[in-house]
Write a protein that binds this ligand. Sequence first.
Ligand SMILES: [Zn+2]
Length: 244
Amino acid sequence: MTGPSLRPRPGTAIQQFSFVDALVAGLYEGAFRAAEVSAAGDLGLGCGDALDGELVLLDGVLRVCRAGGVVSEVAPDELVPFAEVARFEPSHSETVARMTEKQFEAHVEALVPSANLFYALRLDGAFEWIQVREAVKQSAPFRPLAEAARDQHEDTVGAGRATMVGFVGPDVFQGLSVADFHLHVLDEARAFGGHVLDFEIAEATLQIQAFSAFTVRLPEVASYLQAELDDMDADAAIREVEGS
Ligand SMILES: [Zn+2]
């Protein structure tokens, strides 16, 4: 069932701003202007300055979802510590129905040509329920992510329409990016959203694009330039925090 359509197209790349191990180490200082992030693509995700909420880039509009269901557009001059974006031109589209998160992931894994490429995903439609979390703003000096994550806000919303966007990354990129599935969500009213922990699909349109190129912009803020990032064993921390 894998057709040639899910092959990466030449000249396309996922653009990431900073990397996940930097967050694990507590480097939450905004380093990139929001305008730079949204100029690099029209679909993506990230986190707010000082972990202040979860970012969703959808149809070119960058929004931040804060604890308790507060969603607002990110101003061009606001700073972003981490983001992953793509210029989304899906080459596969289908309807998926009545799937748990685990069934959805297995479905996508069976559909794609290799576990060793990157994929951008968009899922639009009706969900039975969605469980999300929003990171909560931290103050300096920043604690490592495993500790900061204890402040995170979790919420489950019932049946409704929403859009999920995100990426599937190869396992060997854990730490540079996120291995496996990483999705953020906005509801149809663009009034609620966050980092997706779990969900059940009623019926939705799934769109996928494959990528064989992945570029990373490194932060140039002092906190990054002076950080000691050697000897990190971040995998367990990332899996705990990302809920994967
Ligand atoms: Zn996330």
